[in-house]
Ligand binder design. Structure first.
Ligand SMILES: [Zn+2]
Length: 474
């Protein structure tokens, strides 16, 4: 009988068997479980290198491009492929469903042709630092249990990490991807570092799961990139990242701070569509980046990230809201113009408050806020109008009492004058010339109060009308 695994993985050269299990299944040296290799890790590794070198030799002498099958191989301990550098590159090689029991070290290794690591399991550290993949590389559905290092690696062709699971911190900093990159549905349990990485072509992170921090600072996305439905469970950092083409973040989820400050992107290049209120509340950007975003179908929170900080920079917040208002106006999105206008003015008021304390509330901006919600809140304007009417009513009652003096008798003629005089306070109502002139101190006082109320009523009615018009127009 031949090795069951050589058969399963379609090895062209089934290996002699060295071990059979209790069920009678036979295994060759490469496929035997770790504890049944019958030799040291070093000796086993020598066998692996001999197999690779034999294929390389045959390929060279016969001018072939034969694949080195190591699929399903069980590597019992640490192994380093350092000798396969640019001068001695690995042939096309398959580590499909292989298991690396120790560290897998591919430091500065060169894969001269295709490299298949799909469904492989890396039980310990996996080092691909400065590794060159000269052709396609496939790590889809692989599982990395230990730390993963792809720092400064070069992928000359398509690279797939589709549904790959990274269980520990993963580093792709300064890696260069020259072909399509697929990290779709990949899961990063630890930190994911892509700082300074270059993605020259289409990049896919659709439905990627970043359960630790995700760092993309100073990365370059040269082609269209897709982050739809990606979930960022920890902080996401895209500071100084360059997006040369459109990048789609539709329905992405940011559960912690998501930094987009100092990004470089064209107008509306970053499509943040259909984001939840909680995700948008975590977006950290300034007025400088506003134009780079496109927001559609977004459910906006009350306050944006810069305002929700412990000690917000109200000036920066005001500028941010103003830029968003301008953007909404350009896109004829009137309800958002209204929302951002309100926040912008509120930030201006906060600045006055920070400089002058409570008197800010009676400043022009403060009064504008209280009387009509910066011209955006008709119900507030109406409430204030009602309060003014009540005050005027009380004042008129006071004057009447002053005129008649307090007595047990109700002077009904005076009481009936109150609604008439109240109506006269409303601007543009014609005052009857038969108004009784009062002598003494009461005359000028009443005249003064009446005039003041006239102005106040006029202003408040105008504010109410303005807020109402804003509400209906937007
Ligand atoms: Zn075998």
């Amino acid at each position: 009988m031949s090795c069951c695994k050589c058969k399963e993985h379609h090895w062209r050269d089934p290996q002699p068997t060295t071990y059979s299990d209790e069920a009678g299944q036979e295994y060759c040296l490469f496929h035997a479980p770790t504890e049944h290799k019958g030799m040291s890790v070093e000796d086993f590794n020598v066998q692996v290198f001999a197999r690779i070198d034999a294929i390389k030799g045959r390929n060279t002498s016969e001018g072939k491009n034969e694949n080195c099958y190591l699929s399903g191989t069980v590597f019992p301990g640490d192994i380093s492929f350092w000798m396969y550098d640019e001068n001695n590159p690995l042939p096309e090689i398959s580590f499909y469903q292989a298991t690396f029991g120790g560290s897998a070290l591919f430091w500065e290794t060169t894969f001269g042709s295709k490299a298949d690591f799909s469904k492989a399991t890396f039980s310990d550290v996996a080092e691909f630092v400065s590794t060159s993949f000269n052709n396609e590389s496939n790590f889809s559905r692989a599982t990395f249990i230990g730390r993963v290092e792809f720092g400064s690696a070069t992928f000359c062709n398509a690279a797939s990490f589709w549904k790959t699971t990274f269980n520990a911190p993963t580093d792709f900093s300064s890696a260069t991807f020259h072909g399509e990159v697929d990290f779709g549905e990949a899961t990063f349990e630890g930190e994911a570092g892509f700082g300074g990485a270059t993605f020259s072509y289409e990049t896919n992170f659709v439905e990627g799961r970043f359960n630790g921090e995700a760092y993309f600072g100073e990365a370059i996305f040269g082609g269209v990139s897709y982050f739809q439905g990606a979930m960022f469970g920890g902080k996401a950092d895209f500071r100084k990242t360059k997006f040369a083409e459109e990048t789609y973040f539709s329905e992405a989820w940011f559960s912690s701070e998501a930094q987009f400050r100092a990004i470089k992107a064209n107008n509306k290049a970053l499509r943040l569509h259909y984001l939840s209120s909680a995700s948008l509340a975590n977006l950290a950007f300034t007025s400088m980046e506003t134009e780079s975003f496109s927001f559609k179908g977004c459910d906006w929170p009350e306050r944006l990230w810069p305002e929700a900080q412990n000690k917000p920079d109200y000036k920066a917040c005001e500028e941010l809201y103003r830029s968003l208002k301008q953007k909404a106006a350009n896109e004829h999105d009137q309800p958002m113009v209204s929302k951002w206008h309100y926040r912008e003015k509120l930030m201006a008021l906060e600045q006055i408050q920070a400089a002058h304390g409570w008197p800010a509330q009676v400043s022009l901006t403060g009064v504008y806020y209280w009387c009509s919600g910066f011209g955006e809140d008709p119900s507030q304007a109406f409430r204030v109008l009602v309060i003014l009417v009540v005050c005027a009513l009380l004042a008129l009652c006071g004057f009447k009492l002053w005129e008649t003096g307090i007595s047990g008798q109700v002077a009904w003629d005076k009481v009936l004058e109150i609604p008439v005089e109240l109506l006269m306070l409303v601007p543009f109502t014609k005052s009857p010339t038969t108004n009784t002139l009062l002598g003494g101190l009461l005359g000028p006082t009443k005249a003064l109060v009446t005039s003041l109320l006239h102005i106040v009523f006029a202003v408040q009615i105008a504010l109410f009308a303005f807020a109402l018009r804003n509400r209906f127009r937007r």
